[in-house]
Design a protein around this ligand. Structure first.
Ligand SMILES: NC(=O)c1ccc[n+]([C@@H]2O[C@H](COP(=O)([O-])OP(=O)(O)OC[C@H]3O[C@@H](n4cnc5c(N)ncnc54)[C@H](OP(=O)(O)O)[C@@H]3O)[C@@H](O)[C@H]2O)c1
Length: 292
């Protein structure tokens, strides 16, 4: 078994916990479009066990994945949890009968979601809860967050949440959240092709707050770019590994939660992302989003 010291990117202090910067995003373990059970239950358990056996100490989930399916898989695969494992989850949304993701941020809805997360994960307190804002298209400017944040802060005071973060948030909403309570992380969409949050990442790095890109590999439509393929071919790696190595190199506060339902892909991503990209490689990759 390897240790966290072997993992690409080393570690980061998330609140009062040390986590590997290379984590695992569990969303893809549910059925198609994150709805219903996985097509291969045992294979899903194997991916989770492999992640932890590899030394990963940060797993990202949500009670809406399935719904409940992914939390149930995590509990089945890994409970009782290793002392160094941090499981981050979310509140602020629900699933409808068609697999949609409507908002659910009223105090009673948030309290029910936290209870659900506690029960499905089988814990007395949640390590990290991201308040999930916006909608499926991204953050919604002007959306109010004060009542929802106050509800989560109250639950934190009661001891059922250890640390708070926000997700799918605008820069203003991040600032507003920080004015209400300390947050340890922001989880927004970001990758080689979507650099909207570049300034926010740099600001958060200066404040020792983690930035956790979701869809680091492009999400439901994995990244495809001639430049990425060219750099990967030159280095003898997969494009996915190069995309992850680039994120690790982009800023020290970036924590990875790439998703996969395959042990082979998990191993491939872990072994490739250790690579140190040259300035010329980074320059070429920066051109994908027109940043160079
Ligand atoms: N806060 C939010 O609103 C929010 C929204 C979305 C996601 N998230 C979190 O972010 C995490 C990451 O997002 P994601 O999983 O949707 O997207 P992602 O990590 O960008 O990409 C996952 C996709 O990449 C494929 N993949 C992974 N490694 C590969 C490899 N080596 N070769 C080829 N394909 C590979 C996976 O397919 P295979 O299964 O075949 O490997 C999967 O289809 C999620 O798990 C979730 O925890 C949060």
């Amino acid at each position: 078994m390897s240790t966290s010291l072997d993992l690409p990117g080393g570690t980061w202090t998330l609140g009062d916990r040390t986590v590997t910067r290379f984590g695992y995003g569990a969303m893809q373990l549910a059925g198609p479009w994150v709805f219903g059970p996985p097509k291969d239950h045992d294979a899903a358990l194997a991916v989770l066990r492999e992640a932890v056996a590899s030394g990963i100490t940060h797993i990202d989930t949500a009670e809406t994945y399935g719904p409940r399916v992914v939390n149930d898989l995590i509990r089945e695969a890994l409970h009782p949890y290793a002392g160094d494992l941090v499981i981050a989850t979310k509140a602020g949304g629900r699933r409808d009968d068609h697999g949609g993701w409507p908002a659910a941020r009223k105090p009673d809805e948030l309290r029910a979601q936290i209870d659900d997360n506690l029960a499905t994960l089988g814990v007395d307190a949640l390590d990290l809860v991201h308040l999930r804002l916006g909608d499926a298209n991204g953050p919604v400017p002007g959306e109010r967050i004060d009542e929802a944040m106050a509800t989560l802060v109250d639950l934190q005071r009661q001891g059922v949440i250890r640390h708070l973060g926000v997700s799918n948030a605008t820069v203003d909403q991040v600032t507003q959240a920080q004015s209400i309570a300390p947050i340890v992380s922001v989880q927004n969409r970001y990758n080689l092709a979507d650099r909207t949050d570049d300034e926010l990442i740099d600001r958060l790095a200066g404040e020792s707050i983690a930035y956790i890109p979701f869809f680091p590999l492009g999400g439901f439509t994995p990244l495809q770019s001639d430049a990425l393929s060219a750099v990967a071919a030159r280095l003898g790696l997969t494009p996915m590994s190069v995309a992850l190595a680039w994120l690790l190199q982009r800023s020290p506060n970036i924590l990875l939660i790439p998703g996969t339902s395959s042990v082979t892909h998990l191993r491939e991503n872990l072994s490739g992302a250790v690579l140190e990209l040259s300035a010329a490689d980074v320059d070429e990759l920066d051109r994908i989003a027109g940043q160079a």
